[in-house]
Design a protein around this ligand. Structure first.
Ligand code: ZN
Length: 245
């Protein structure tokens, strides 16, 4: 499987960039993880929009869903241009019914409910979920094909259950939204040190940091992660292909 960062920022995007989102591909199947601000623009550098096969949403904060509406408009415009496509499935939890209902639009996209207990088949991927600690209901996600896997923590404070959920994964993409002086003080997010600790305790083979703050020097967050984890660690790089072979 191949994972491509589409955006790396938390909250809102820097100029000409996007909030945290990743494209995962295997055997010609393309799935987007989260679809926040700037994602639809960035994604087109790597994939024609009509080739998208599925979307999985971790939670309904704007920096994870802001571009769902634009994605739906892209489908309806193609429909009016005489290029209809099958309805695009958008997976998201239904603990927030109003936002879940917005995933479905004019038979162009259809919301599919997921929960922590589900294991769903999305194209070639077996996908499982783990509830996180965040001000709104949020699901971490694990994509597996055979014995290969990747985990995206989505947005979360430290939660012990994420260790087992991330156990042995080839690629842990962890949020690291906080500088160390804010760890434990800002609700719903982790610092680099906690991302590193998660990678170490889970035995992850590689750590990639995302959902980064726009202020300060994010290399400090990278350094904090490396203090707790000896494996390969890096800040997510938009457009870089992370291949799991
Ligand atoms: Zn959030």
């Amino acid at each position: 499987m191949k994972i491509t960062p589409i955006g790396i920022w938390g909250g809102y995007p820097k100029a000409n960039s996007a909030t945290s989102s990743f494209l995962i591909e295997h055997e010609g199947f393309h799935c987007l993880m989260d679809c926040g601000s700037g994602v639809l623009s960035s994604l087109q550098n790597y994939l024609p929009l009509e080739k998208l096969d599925a979307v999985v949403i971790s939670h309904y904060h704007a920096d994870h869903i802001a571009d769902i509406g634009s994605l739906q408009f892209s489908r309806i415009i193609n429909f009016y241009l005489g290029k209809p496509a099958p309805a695009l499935p958008i997976y998201g939890h239904d603990q927030d019914q109003e936002n879940f209902d917005k995933l479905s639009y004019k038979e162009q996209t259809v919301g599919v409910a997921i929960s922590e207990d589900d294991v769903v088949q999305i194209g070639p991927f077996e996908v499982s979920f783990c509830q996180t600690i965040h001000p709104v209901h949020c699901l971490a996600m694990r994509f597996s094909v055979g014995d290969q896997s990747m985990v995206l923590t989505a947005d979360t404070e430290w939660r012990d259950e994420l260790v087992d959920f991330s156990r042995g994964t080839d690629l842990l993409i962890s949020e690291a939204n906080l500088y160390e002086e804010h760890v434990g003080k800002a609700p719903g997010h982790m610092g680099g040190s906690e991302a590193g600790k998660l990678a170490r305790l889970a035995g992850a083979k590689r750590l990639v940091l995302t959902h980064l703050p726009l202020h300060g020097d994010i290399e400090e967050i990278h350094g904090a992660a490396r203090q707790n984890y000896d494996g390969p660690t890096e800040i997510a790089e938009v457009g870089k292909a992370y291949e799991i072979l």
